[in-house]
Ligand binder design. Sequence first.
Ligand code: ADP
Length: 394
Amino acid sequence: MGKSIVVLNAGSSSIKFEVFDTSAEAALTRRFEGLIEGIGTAPRFVAKDPQGQVIHETSWATGQPGTNHAAALEHLVAWLDPQLDEAGLLGVGHRVVHGGLAYSEALVIDEAILNDLERFVPLAPLHQPHNLAGIRAAAAFLRGVPQVACFDTAFHRRRPPIADRFAIPDELHSEGVQRYGFHGLSYEYVAGALAEVAPEIAGGRVVVAHLGNGASMCAIRDGRAVDSTMGFTALDGLPMGTRCGAIDPGVLLYLMQEHGMDRAAIEALLYKRSGLLGISGVSNDMRELQASAEPRAALAIDYFVYRIGRELGALAATMGGLDGLIFTAGIGENAAEIRARVCRDAAWLGVELDEAANRERGPRISTAVSRTSAWVIPTDEELQIARHTLALLS
Ligand code: ADP
């Protein structure tokens, strides 16, 4: 065994982790994965082997001081330490949602960069503060171990500048009020996987639909980003579990004027009470919506599928056509019915669904004669973070 890389994805009340061994020449090998959840309320730690078998599980008292990200990290490090051989840790790779204009590549972070990244907290209030709390905690417990930030915005930074624009005065654009795009680590992984899974479209025009609790779509040509549905924040584009997706900014003016809503109230509405949950009134979870007899649950699914189709047409237009459509993330990888509906609606773009292959998750889910092919490619953002970390530190 060689040195290990820990990958951390810190959210508001949970930290997901994965541990990779770097000794294999060609590939990183997964050793452990797990989760600390209930941070701040009832923390629970679960570690699994690469086959998903639970190998360690513990919970600790609620409401005690220290049930925060730092305490959670302390727990993880205490468990992990005896599992590593003397080669120890090469570094820790962190998912950071927003890198703004300045950070277009993964990098080793220091205190000054960490402080600078605080600037983007207002642009990603649901994720960025917790991502940074995870880095601070890891840096405190693993002194001397390099910490690497990998940005969800980075993959989009080299696309044609016109895709970054809003039609607003230039001084605001220069200040950074631009379209960024997110889920970049997922898109980068999928774009890389195409060469192996679907080489016939790897150099072509593809749209990747990352459909999870957060959802967006990305146009990619010859492996490089062209445009995406998300903009300045991770609110834009497709409707999501609890986020609204594209909305006329005039609605916000109306809410301020007629409902007296302030920034905090609008933020809570758009980030937490909208999307699939807002329309259905039932749940933000696709499985629960599919199982529900409530007509508004069906409407939420209809709207989700409708907006995917609309964005697919728009993204295909940015590339002058479409060679491949790829589904990934929780809904994209698992919800065959949603994929089937999106593919049927995309018949005009040359997609011909293979129903049986779709039920079996592909990877190719279009017929052999389909002009535009469709695929299921499971994403692996953690592996992508580990690759960046290895590349920077070895
Ligand atoms: P996150 O953005 O939090 O990483 P995921 O990528 O895990 O989210 O996706 C979560 C979504 O995937 C939920 O809406 C969940 O219902 C949906 N999902 C997972 N498995 C299935 C399934 N078998 N059928 C339909 N939806 C599924």
